[in-house]
Design a protein around this ligand. Structure first.
Ligand code: C2E
Ligand code: MG
Ligand code: MG
Ligand code: MG
Length: 288
């Protein structure tokens, strides 16, 4: 999400989006109000276990219900949030909302862990792991029902602080997934030093599965690598049945994508899924 400042004060986003820097400032200013006005919303995308087709978790994805521009995708405001320090309150908001929503779906008989995306900036925040753990304790859900997704890029290169934060998070019993795996540059020795519980294969490779033999070779070796490290492996961006079957045959554990479920509001998620048996008793929240 690092925007590159080009000539003429134009900011070129990594996603190819171009905006004038005045617009950038407007987004930052409006985003501050978005918190007060309760304009942020979470959608949840199911993660499907390939062995039995059951939902084995859900990923929280933030959107901004903008008063005039409609529902904005994260690519339209996360870069501004990351550059302005607003990513700290944003992640805090997402975590609180996701944990509260999870309590409600656990009560509604859905025993799904929730995954929350965190940015590289969050990992540099002093005390980040401790504050997440405190939130989990306050909510009263078991720590292993929360998973934080960290992009491979946040961990790549010389990022000792980020790696220490990940270790700290994992030691508190919260899971960590490496997101968008394959497009960053994590070395194998770094991966060995990070006690992650899940690797998510970037949809760039998953998308290529139906037509590109190189993608097949890459995905096969990532699955093997993940299993060798004792990790669960999830494929992102599964859009057709052929790809789902290929992944299932290749031993991939789980998948996400439009074929299996698009991101939904809490209500739509509950309405379109059946209640299952809860795997464990959920303790009452602290202080209730
Ligand atoms: P991600 O974590 O890799 O999430 C997957 C993205 O792919 C989501 O886009 C999702 O809607 C989209 N997607 C899901 N299935 C498919 C598919 O089959 N095909 C295609 N083409 N796309 C699919 P979204 O919601 O726009 O989020 C984009 C990125 O923004 C996320 O990528 C994540 O890195 C970031 N993000 C989203 N929510 C948050 C958040 O609460 N905090 C932070 N720090 N980052 C977030
Ligand atoms: Mg993610
Ligand atoms: Mg991803
Ligand atoms: Mg992605």
């Amino acid at each position: 999400y690092q925007g590159k400042r080009g000539t003429n004060g134009i900011v070129v986003y990594a996603g190819g989006e171009v905006a004038h820097s005045t617009q950038w400032l407007v987004v930052q200013a409006e985003l501050r109000h978005a918190f007060e006005r309760d304009e942020l919303v979470l959608h949840y995308q199911p993660k499907i276990r390939l062995s039995d087709g059951e939902i084995c978790g859900v990923e929280a994805l933030v959107r901004w219900q903008h008063p005039t521009r409609g529902l904005l995708a994260p690519a339209e405001f996360l870069p501004a949030a990351e550059q302005s320090g607003l990513i700290e309150p944003l992640t805090d908001w997402v975590l609180r909302r996701a944990l509260a929503d999870q309590r409600d779906w656990l009560t509604a008989g859905r025993s799904w862990p929730v995954s929350v995306n965190v940015s590289a900036r969050n990992l540099d925040q002093p005390g980040f792991a401790a504050s997440v753990a405190a939130l989990v304790t306050r909510t009263g859900t078991p720590a292993d029902m929360l998973m934080l997704e960290v992009t491979e890029t946040a961990l790549a290169g010389d990022a000792p602080a980020a790696i220490r934060a990940v270790v700290d998070i994992v030691e508190r019993g919260i899971g960590v997934a490496v997101d968008d795996f394959g497009v960053g540059y994590t070395s194998l020795s770094q991966l060995r030093a990070i006690p992650v519980s899940e690797i998510k294969i970037d949809r760039l490779f998953v998308d290529g599965l139906s037509r590109n033999p190189q993608s097949e070779a890459i995905v096969r070796s990532v699955i093997e690598l993940a299993h060798g490290l004792g990790c669960w492996v999830t494929a992102e961006g599964v859009e057709n049945e052929e790809v789902r079957r290929w992944l299932s045959d290749a031993g991939c554990d789980a998948a996400q994508g439009t074929l299996l479920g698009t991101p939904l509001t809490w209500n739509d998620l509950i309405e379109t899924t059946a209640a299952g048996r809860t795997r464990r008793e959920i303790p009452a929240p602290a202080g209730s």
